[in-house]
Ligand binder design. Sequence first.
Ligand code: ADP
Length: 534
Amino acid sequence: MRGRMMEDPLLISGLIEHAGTVHRDREIVSRTVEGPIHRSTWGEVRTRSKRLASALADAGIERGDRVATLGWNTHRHLEVYYAVSGMGAICHTLNPRLHPTELVYIVNHAADRVLFVDLTFVPLVEAVADQLTSVERYVVLTDASHMPDTALRGAVAYEEWIDGAGDFTWPELDERDGAALCYTSGTTGHPKGVLYSHRSTVLHALGVALPDVFNLGASVSCLPIVPMFHACAWGLPYASAAAGTSLVMPGPKMDPESITELLGAERVDFCAGVPSVFHALIQYWRAAGTRPEALSMVLLGGAAPPQSLIEALEDEFGIEFRHGWGMTETSPLGSVNTLTPHQRTWPAKKRAEFQTKQGRPPYGVELRIVDGDGRVLPRDGDAIGELQARGPWVADGYFLSDERKLTEDGWFPTGDVASIDGESCVQITDRTKDLIKSGGEWISSIDVENSAMGHPGIDVAAVIGVPDEKWGERPLLIAVPRSDPPPTKDEVLDYLSNSLAKWQLPDDVLFVDALPMGATGKVQKTKLRERYAQ
Ligand code: ADP
């Protein structure tokens, strides 16, 4: 017997209609690319995204068409998110930190018809525009008075474009239709597109808004440091609309001083980003003898945060730390480590050590680990295997590909290596491709890095496997020193031997000025391997 309930589809337009009606006056504050702080509301975002949808429809954009963005976190980018998906087209966020040749590949592969571009990135687009075969029109995310002199095809200032547009009625779409598209840097070959549906996006928004994840609500003010071009800013633009959360958008100024200023001036409660950003922030807070007053909670994810960073945030600055794991293919949130009240009573070291784990899946995600033959491994905290995920916001394949990327029984292989304990808490030990195999034993690069970053003379560190005749591979530690002169190799190894077994200790320690960072703010180990394999 079927239930007697309405079957209204879960649509992104429903999120903005809710926020624009029920949370109409909740603020959206942006640092604009032009400079000044701009203040708007969920009500205005709704009105303006409808006008933009109308302009897109007038320009001939139809359901399923791809519309790209190359922009910072701002109110205009937020409006584009809602306008494009709301009208049934697909909002394709481009990562400006990618190499131009990769950008060209991605735009052409997606066949983007319109490209919204922030002033900052106009030169980047101009340099490759003759290779972008599908783009019919460029909309510069600015007003007429800041419009640059550009030869980009059909270039128009965003404000002018929506000024001339009328109202719009959101269409009733199939909730399984594509809504947003994000390419992920594949380990081999070309980047691959992850195509989120309306349904997956709305369910993810509801899932991540929960108290044990982002803890959003209508009295919260959230600053997504994670860019809207990286896995849809972890769903915060959607979850905040569902929860009526106020958004504070940092625009192009991502340096610690500007972020700290905005966190303080707007009394932000919560922010989220990758560990490297918070590493820079706490260094700035220490040097400036300051700390954003209202900030009570942060969620770090995208890479493993070292224990020293967790301790600094929680014990030195008194900010609740939460640890998230996920990937573009999991929308992205797959697990989160939020302490229980009991765990909060643990001694600081024990607590921080536990917080390096990636936590438990929220409702909506199931996780398991399997061995090399695909056999499911026990949840005992000891067995280590490849992590697999399933659920309504996990990808089953890639954009424009017919191939199902799942195991026979329907799980998505993440390429991460992990253990899961009896309480479902996941600990990622590595990515399959970063694990170091020495004399038949696996060494977790994350473990060695985490230990090394606890040394007072080491700022950041990365560990890679280098070929070794006797052992197959041996770990090499590459670090940026904090002290001058840097610690000696023996001092570092001595320190590491407090927490690592002898065979896990790096064979060598190299000090460098900086580590190569990728487009999503993570250390590029492929570059390190190319450079130091010998
Ligand atoms: P890419 O980094 O390949 O561009 P993603 O942004 O989707 O793509 O990154 C997902 C990967 O980042 C995960 O598979 C995992 O290896 C790593 N990752 C994400 N969060 C964490 C975390 N909290 N701890 C360790 N690794 C993480």
